[in-house]
Ligand binder design. Structure first.
Ligand code: G
Ligand code: G
Ligand code: MN
Ligand code: NA
Length: 250
């Protein structure tokens, strides 16, 4: 498979980059952190989206070393930022199968000097679909390190509510599909309102993804959503631009 070889070659020659998208605290209107998002600037094909290469990287197991690189690079980068700014890193369920995930996180924190409370790990509910007990044990070990755990793409799966009962998540990220039609569809509004209320009752931070308009932002603020992320502020930008983003939205 051509793409498989290409992925392995790209990893071996350090072709991947992390870009950073701001997370904005609604109450203060300031950046509270950045989500690290993988980018593959392909020498011939141009920028390739993670949506295209992560499924293959998971299939061939490359996501384990690639995910380790992501963790280390994101922690090293965040260690240079002001100390109140956090970094969020996406974890693949395949990384949980590798069995040394906790050691990799400990090592990434120790080598970078990043305080554990500044690292947020984002998982999707697919982490619970197989090896639920083993993965829950890993999540508890991670949380004991002092890092926080976010449930990503919330609302898009099958039974998200049951996962809130099985693990004390620090944050819920409301999938952008609900934010998209906030103004147009009352059902999306009702769903976002319900998730915000749920977060408030359970003492879990709520972050809305895919915020593109001030209308959406006003609506989310009124509903008590804690944090927003989206093109209204900025898409993911190279690490070198984090300073400028902090200047604009800091
Ligand atoms: O940035 P973008 O919207 O193109 O990301 C597409 C998808 O790829 C998102 O679902 C995002 O969670 C995922 N993704 C981006 N970076 C990483 C990463 O470092 N690790 C994993 N496992 N997924 C990532
Ligand atoms: O699944 P995850 O939430 O980790 O992926 C984030 C994805 O959402 C990235 O691919 C990122 O580029 C994309 N994204 C971020 N902000 C916006 C936005 O405001 N609108 C849209 N359509 N996509 C966004
Ligand atoms: Mn995410
Ligand atoms: Na998401």
């Amino acid at each position: 498979r051509e793409m498989e070889l290409d992925l392995r070659r790209a990893f071996a020659s350090s072709e991947f980059e992390l870009h950073y998208q701001p997370l904005i605290d609604v109450a203060s209107d300031k950046i509270s952190g950045f989500e690290a998002l993988l980018r593959w600037p392909h020498p011939e094909k141009g920028m390739i989206s993670p949506a295209e290469f992560i499924p293959l990287a998971e299939e061939i197991g490359l996501i384990v070393p690639l995910g380790e690189w992501v963790l280390r690079d994101a922690c090293n980068e965040a260690a240079k930022w002001p100390s109140e700014i956090k970094v969020a890193v996406n974890l693949s369920p395949v990384q949980f199968r590798s069995r040394n995930l906790v050691q990799v996180v400990i090592s990434a924190l120790a080598n970078s000097g990043l305080a554990p409370k500044r690292l947020e790990l984002e998982i999707t509910e697919s982490v619970f679909l197989a090896e639920t007990e083993a993965n829950l044990a890993i999540l508890h070990q991670l949380r004991e390190l002092g890092v926080s755990i976010s449930l990503d793409d919330f609302g898009t799966g099958y039974s998200s509510l049951s996962y809130l009962r099985s693990f004390p998540f620090d944050k819920i990220k409301i999938d952008r599909s609900f934010v998209k039609d906030l103004a147009k569809r009352s059902d999306c509004g009702a769903i976002v309102r319900a998730i915000s209320g749920l977060g408030r009752s359970l003492n879990i931070t709520t972050t809305a993804e895919g915020v593109e308009t001030t209308e959406q932002l006003d609506w989310l603020r009124a509903e008590g959503c804690n944090e927003v992320q989206g093109f209204l502020f900025s898409g993911a930008r190279p690490a070198a631009e984090v300073g400028q983003l902090l200047f604009r939205f800091g």
